[in-house]
Ligand binder design. Sequence first.
Ligand code: XIL
Length: 391
Amino acid sequence: MKKLSTFTTRAAALAVSVLAAAPVFGADAPATLKDTFQNDFLMGVAINNRQIMEEDTNGVALIVSQYNAISPENVMKWEAIHPRAGTNGYDFGPADAYVAFGEKHHMMVVGHTLAWHSQTPAWVFRADDGRQLQGTNEADRQILLDRLHEHIQTVVGRYKGRVKVWDVVNEALSDGGENETNVLRRQSPWVRILGQEFIEKAFQWAHEADPDCILRYNDYSIENGPKRKRLITLIKSLQAKHIPVMAIGSQTHANLNWPTPQLEDEALTDIASLGLPIHITELDVDSSQRGQRNQSADVAANAQSGGGGQVSAADQKLAEQYGNLFRAFVNHRKDIKLVTFWGVNDRDSWRRNGNPLLFDGNWQPKPAFDAVIKAAKPVIATTASSKDSAH
Ligand code: XIL
């Protein structure tokens, strides 16, 4: 009871500071994510067009007060930034505005994503006469490699020195259990036409275009044993060939029961054995009834999933799961450099049926926000007194 009323008071204080965009100082200042975890990792959030354009002013106030890194939810995907073939094929406007937003607000700017099977226009995988490019045809392979090269050179080159981290390759690993023998996702046209070569070339070309940029391999459900094994196989093979893969992105589209604290801990330990920093790149926790069956971030699967109503006591269960996850992140803070939420509030979320974020549709912090703050290790600093007074 006491906890709940304290939360309500803090929520109200935070809401006032967010909505009025007025900083609150002194012992009553509400804790923020970026300050609370400043000695652990950067705190990021994926932002959409209305936030980039600063039309969603409440969203912007929350972004600026809580986070110190941003990811582009959609504006840098191939279909958005490079929708057409040919010399006039690029639309840089929204991506330019995104990068300018990050610089204006002194946030670390992440790029997402260069090579992915989804949200990539069909023309990329077709010859000029409209037929599908074939992996068995050397000339077809060269067409696709040339397109990938030109795309990466242009996009990474344009934001050189400004985008600090790029998701170079997204979701190239096979799903499925132990019986799935392919390391790479066969349904991806990149894999079908080029095999592992597209991954190797994408990292090399991104590195050439911006040698100082942190280049990330990003995927989902790599907590699960079989997929994690594939990740380790792939990354070790890249490392053996001196391919410049520099960080592992774990999307972490979770639900209330998955991953368990043990699985998360085991996965982080295992992934860290690659010797690369880990970024939690797309964190959310689906709390809808149907979302509990889903351990996939496949976009189609998530369009149908979610819904069926909220599980009972969803807010409390969400808080527990977020507490579990952040305790694991803090325990692995030696290896984790960035934790990014996939969306600002529940209403913005791609899994909005699952109310998966820390802030509700009115930008108010939920009990999960409090649970995340509580998962931090105590810091002996000026913020300590405000934290003490909050609990
Ligand atoms: C999602 C966006 O949030 C949606 O707005 C869009 O319609 C589909 O893609 N893995 C990723 C992200 O790497 O780019 C996806 O983002 C979610 C799954």
